[in-house]
Ligand binder design. Structure first.
Ligand code: 2DT
Length: 212
């Protein structure tokens, strides 16, 4: 089942509100694809392991304060510092399952009131995902799931604004999955759309850049 050496991997992005199940679904998807013999890696943004990532992490934990524009640019820089590795992996045939990407960047910052075009600008030139899957849940339902942590942004009122921003970013290329279905049903639907897109990349779908 290994992909042939000249075929590229797919850039798969999972987006959605906090508590929508993104992280556990990326884990399950990764495990499934890996067991099927695909070359696959699980990534997430923010990537807290870099220097920039540590600044972001401290901001999210309310241990530091930053201007809204400054933190926005750090989130973007955190993607830029991984861009070349990302391209290398994809070209060498590895599929990347990415938990949050530029859409989180734009949705969260514009929910604070920053201009959406300004928010999108620093993302221009990053690799465009081959597939964006939005795990759809209302902010109220997500809040009922409990387990909002202590991080900045993990509050119902703010999540409502983020939901509105995501809605304005969605386009026809996104696959929307009802995140209130059972874990198994979400997993099944996710596998279907991802395998389908991996096939189109395998067959030579060209890579593109944000914003397409
Ligand atoms: P996690 O809880 O998934 O680690 O996310 N965020 C994320 C932004 O505001 N901008 C971004 O570019 C990204 C990737 C969403 C931590 C929080 O950071 C927010 C939740």
């Amino acid at each position: 089942n290994k992909e042939s050496s000249n075929s590229r991997g797919a850039l798969i992005v999972l987006e959605g509100l906090d508590r929508c199940g993104k992280t556990s679904q990326s884990g399950r998807l990764y495990k499934y694809l890996d067991e099927q013999g695909h070359s696959v890696e699980s990534w997430r943004f923010p990537d807290r392991n870099t220097g920039v990532g540590q600044m972001i992490s401290s901001y999210l934990a309310n241990k530091s304060q930053l201007d809204d524009h400054a933190i926005h640019l750090l989130f973007s820089a955190n993607r830029w510092e991984k861009r070349s590795l990302m391209e290398e992996k994809l070209k060498s045939g590895t599929t990347l399952i990415v938990d949050r990407y530029s859409y989180s960047g734009v949705a969260f910052s514009s929910a604070k009131g920053l201009d959406i075009e300004w928010c999108k600008a620093p993302e221009i030139g990053l690799l465009a995902p081959d597939l964006v899957v939005y795990l759809d849940i209302s902010p109220e339902k997500a809040a009922e799931r409990g387990g909002y942590g202590d991080e900045r942004y993990e509050q119902l009122e703010f999540q409502k604004k983020v939901a509105g921003s995501y809605l304005s970013l969605r386009d026809s290329s996104w696959k929307v999955i009802d995140a209130t279905l059972s874990i198994e049903d979400v997993e099944k639907k996710l596998r279907e759309v991802v395998l389908d897109r991996m096939m189109t990349c395998h067959k030579g779908k060209p890579m593109s850049q944000l914003w397409p």
